[in-house]
Write a protein that binds this ligand. Sequence first.
Ligand code: ZN
Length: 432
Amino acid sequence: MSRSRSINQDDLRNHNLSVVLTTLLQSDAPMSRAQLAKSTGLTKATMSLLSDILLTNEVVEELDPQQKAGNGRPSTPLAFRPGCWVGIGMQINTDGYGYTVTDIAGETVMGEWVDRPMTGVTPDEAFAALDELLLPAEATLKRRNYRIVGTGLALPGLIAGQGTGEQRLLMAPNLGWTNIDLHQYDAVRRLEALADNEANLAAIAQIPGYASCRPTAQVEDVARETEREHADEDARPGETLSPNDSFLYISTDVGVGGAFVRSGALVRGDHGFAGELGHVSVDMNGPQCRCGRRGCLEMYAGRRELVRAAGIADGDEAVQSRYVQELHDRWRDGDGKAASAIDQALNAMASVAATVINVLDVDTIVLGGFWSVFGEELAARLRERVVPQILAGGSIDLRVLSCASQEHPALHGAAAYGLRRFIERPMDFLDI
Ligand SMILES: [Zn+2]
């Protein structure tokens, strides 16, 4: 009897701590104990106890007291404390590999990225190279007494067995990898890394307050911004996502990936394989894709195919990420072939985006990856082409946002995914 009561109390405290942490993360400003109690529905006494636990464990810190209006007592805001609780993000992508370490206050503690074409590099070589970066970083974190609560691993493919001891990369066609047991790699075992598809993790990186405080302006509503520029001198500032927004994230690289976030939560599907936008066919008689189907979006809007269609490079050479700038410059200079390749890619992308909006009923698209390099004009054109294809038409006010300012979003999402373990199960980590 007493045993079960004790377990229940632990569960309750864990739940309450998680709610308090989430409330503070999603807030756009530090909050006092009284504000937190009001927002969470917890009593002031419970809130006082929980905040003591978080203060003692250096999760939060007290800021200078602020005088309230009237004669009320000054309130002391609580804010996340930088530099103690961290998550590690690691990524192997077609254009390089690296890691980042993010703390719960949203600051990047350390990180490194190596630009290198990874197509043709074996998994053994790639994980060995990643370890060369990670091992010294882990030693530094340990020396500085950081608490690593979790690690995410972003890969450009389908992962089976997510969150279990049998995580397996089923396929990463643009790396040429198939059916790889990820636990054979020391970094995955040592850091208990949670592997996920890079688009899923890049989408997580867009959710404000998912696992750490973050700068408010992550994405800008560039498409609308362009439209407003001419219409209104006092245009609203660039819109950003809110913690509970729904959106479709489109990741563009050699492959095209996608992820759907509903009310602030990633929708993975029953087996974790949802969001494969790159393999939605836009032409049943189109060119054959590496997946076996014909006319996949990736065959028009992927980096390699765009570079090839624009006549910049061919064969394996077209996979080099440096050609993105060349493609951009030719398009800007009005080069006919580049313009027609981009035009075709836009039509393919608009068709798939409209299909997804018609199926899922979502009103926000976030563009990530190399497409965001093309800036506001491309986002605005995409919006123009999607809107007429939405069945609900005028009833949906479509937003097309771009996260151009964020480098390696999946890497940051991987660190947030690691940190999220702490937010969901704080009692597993805290000294009480
Ligand atoms: Zn395909």
